[in-house]
Design a protein around this ligand. Structure first.
Ligand code: BGC
Length: 722
């Protein structure tokens, strides 16, 4: 690496225009565009060849050769030989695709998340990527929002733990190492709180809720060493994040001391005009830069106006130099001054893509992220069945990678039909689609074939869900039921053959009330990635034992949204699961209050019995700790994993507290009939909350402890906080 003196010497010799170039990022197509093309992206952005020759970072490119070509062009022309840095959204895989982040959230397994990120980073780095725009850690409560698939769900602690693990996976311990990529945590902050679940929508949220639920995961990423941070598109309490001084200056810089690089989201500086907080591009540049946004992504406010703003005294030379130094230091940490390609090597990349090891990890991750929502006892199936029908629009659907699947290719995924055929020993697999999964498709002409297939088979695997492009950025829904004629197909198929297992592919919690009423078993696969079909088949036949737990609540109907397990208590709580309306309690007259499947729910083929909980003490002092031991026994002949979840409730506090909060979880493997003791350590900071004066405190009094999942506690005890 270069020394700090070297970087300072570089800075000293740079012109203002060169400095501003370091603070700008464009898509590769802008560089590769011919400047003669007056309708091309370069002209639209108002960029000259000179502007472009100074730009310090590039978003998205197609191959190592293209990346090297751009880097070479740049290095030849740059008098300071400051390399360009190449960035991309490597979210859940580069070419080998792992389950979507929401699925990984359900694995409750930080080590697994770290492994998936490491493998994804390795493929990406060999392909020329130096920075990934991940992890995305937005806290969510509303399944209508399409981007819930990119998150780890509705639990701040869980999200923080998995995100920190992803950062370790991407970044490793040394960023100069050719297999590591730098991580950019996003989107700071509150993006997941988009009103009505509509993307890019305004977010109004109290500081207490922000600090308690939304901010901790970003902080966990910074503590884990995230090199970059991206502010969110949305306005937060009236001010778009990239121009929000409370968020960017007070919280990020002053309280958290973040000294990495801040990059705007795509055109977010330009959108300050559209939000209506900047009258023109110049004001947008001023607002974003002044609030600590170092790099502007894909709009041109900085290139056009930063110099002028500096000359007019809107900010100081020192401010500009500090931003540029952050970028130079960052490039140096990546070792780009020595190796501007960062070890990119297409041959190596080609060997890594879809290699056996990565496929194996992708399969394990898909299996560990799947959640068995319901099982009336028909699962697992025997492998010696004579005939199995695989029915539904996802039976031979290759599009199961999910949104943000980078360079993953649908045609390289394993479908359920293929996965089933590979495992069914002597029997026959027959496939019938039955109908499509599009919301406006009413065609039922495939039903007859599907019903005949169901009738003539020993078991049915009914593969349903939403197309991959129904979730992800900009893909929000007001109706979160199974789209199109799928529910009608399900009813008819289940009537034709009651031994039917519903297997689901989707990027958000769906309203499964109708399916739950008729299907004897439901296996939630989410978008499982490249190895999805193999993982599904292994789970169906019991070669793998389901162990995922929901990281996000499944509502009974879209009308319950937003819905989440850790909601504040009310003065008129409604505690029963019963559908009946209780009168003047916090409930609905036409729907039960509790969700269909709660956070933390997930079944296994093993039978885990919670024997008892013991506490080392019942009084907790500020400096002390309590050991919570939970005995769990696997009362079954099959091995499996159980995620033991520890919740707390603070029944009396100076501000209203959540009805329950997860404060610890451990995913543990059990052999058949094995009994284990699982330990948690309880300390005072775990009980803290933001009081009336916005101080992070715990208060004396009783604390209830619960073991189980959010709507079903099997063990309880209490302690006194002294
Ligand atoms: C998304 C970001 C992403 C960026 C660059 C934006 O539209 O909101 O999550 O990192 O594009 O691709």
């Amino acid at each position: 690496m270069m020394t700090e003196e070297y970087l300072h010497a570089l800075l000293l010799n740079m012109t203002i225009e060169e400095k501003i170039g370091q603070l700008t990022q464009y898509n590769a197509n802008v560089f590769l565009d011919s400047s003669a093309d007056i309708t091309g992206p370069r002209m639209q952005l108002g960029l000259t060849d000179e502007d472009l020759s100074r730009v310090g970072s590039v978003l998205n490119f197609s191959s190592v050769a293209e990346m090297k070509k751009m880097q070479d062009m740049h290095m030849e022309n740059d008098p300071h030989r400051i390399p360009v840095v190449f960035m991309m959204d490597v979210i859940h895989g580069y070419r080998t695709i792992y389950p979507i982040p929401l699925a990984l959230g359900c694995s409750f397994d930080a080590e697994l998340a770290e492994t998936c990120s490491r493998m994804a980073g390795k493929e990406a780095a060999a392909s020329g990527v130096q920075v990934t725009f991940a992890p995305m850690v937005d806290y969510v409560r509303d399944p209508r929002w399409g981007r819930v698939m990119e998150t780890c769900g509705e639990e701040p602690r869980l999200t923080g733990a998995l995100a920190a693990a992803q950062i370790r996976g991407f970044q490793g311990s040394d960023l100069t190492y050719a297999e590591n990529v730098a991580a950019c945590v996003k989107h700071f902050a509150g993006y997941g709180g988009a009103e009505a679940g509509r993307d890019y929508n305004a977010v109004e949220c109290s500081e207490r809720a922000l600090r308690e639920f939304y901010l901790p995961a970003y902080k966990a990423c910074i503590d884990a060493g995230a090199q970059m941070l991206m502010p969110s598109f949305n306005s937060l309490n009236g001010i778009p994040s990239v121009a929000n001084p409370w968020l960017m200056k007070q919280v990020l810089k002053e309280e958290w001391d973040f000294d990495g690089v801040v990059i705007s989201d795509y055109n977010a500086v330009g959108e300050l005009l559209v939000h209506g907080v900047a009258a023109d591009e110049k004001e947008a540049a001023k607002l974003a830069f002044d609030n600590g946004c170092d790099i502007e992504m894909c709009s041109s406010a900085y290139i056009h106006h930063l110099k002028e703003l500096l000359e007019e005294g809107f900010f100081t030379q020192e401010q500009l130099d500090q931003a540029v130094m952050r970028v130079l230091r960052f490039k140096n940490r990546l070792g780009l001054f020595e190796d501007p390609y960062h070890g990119a090597d297409q041959e190596k990349a080609d060997c890594l893509y879809l290699c056996e090891k990565h496929r194996e990890i992708a399969k394990r991750a898909a299996a560990e992220s799947a959640v068995l929502l319901k099982n009336d006892g028909i699962l697992p199936l025997q492998e010696n069945l004579a005939r199995v029908a695989v029915i539904g629009p996802f039976a031979r659907e290759h599009g199961i990678l999910g949104s943000w699947s980078c360079n993953g290719r649908d045609e390289e995924t394993v479908t359920v039909a293929d996965g089933m055929a590979a495992l069914l020993k002597t029997g026959q697999v027959i496939v019938a689609e039955g109908c499509s999964n599009h919301w406006d498709d009413t065609d039922t002409s495939g039903f007859e074939e599907a019903i005949a297939a169901a009738k003539s088979s020993d078991a049915v695997i009914l593969c349903l869900g939403e197309p991959q492009d129904y979730s992800g950025e900009g893909n929000c829904r007001t109706d979160i039921r199974l789209p199109g004629m799928q529910m009608e197909l399900a009813r008819r198929v289940i009537a034709a053959n009651p031994k039917t297992v519903a297997v689901l592919f989707n990027g958000r919690p769906l309203d499964l009330s109708e399916l739950d009423a008729v299907a004897p078993a439901i296996l939630e696969m989410w978008f499982p990635g490249t190895e999805g079909g193999n993982a599904a088949a292994e789970l169906i036949f019991g070669r793998a034992n389901p162990c995922g737990k929901l990281a996000m609540t499944f509502p009974r109907s879209v009308g319950q949204c937003p819905i989440y397990y850790n909601h504040p208590n009310t003065g008129r709580p409604h505690w029963t699961r019963a559908a009946e309306h209780c009168g003047y309690t916090s409930d609905y007259i036409d729907c039960a209050t509790l969700p269909l499947y709660s956070f933390g729910h997930g079944l296994s083929y093993a039978n885990f019995v919670y024997v008892g909980m013991t506490l080392s003490d019942h009084q907790l002092s500020a400096e002390g700790s309590i050991r919570v031991s939970v005995r769990v026994r696997n009362e079954s002949p099959v091995g499996g994993k159980e995620t033991v979840q520890l919740y707390m409730r603070d029944p009396v506090a100076s501000v209203v507290r959540p009805v329950q909060q997860l404060i610890g979880f451990r995913k543990v493997a059990f052999a058949p009939w094995e009994e284990k003791e699982i330990e948690f350590t309880l300390t005072e900071p775990m009980l803290r909350f933001w009081n009336f004066d916005m101080k992070h405190v715990s208060e004396p009094g009783e604390i209830q402890l619960m073991i189980g999942c959010a709507d079903h506690f099997v063990l309880t005890d209490e302690i006194i906080m002294k």
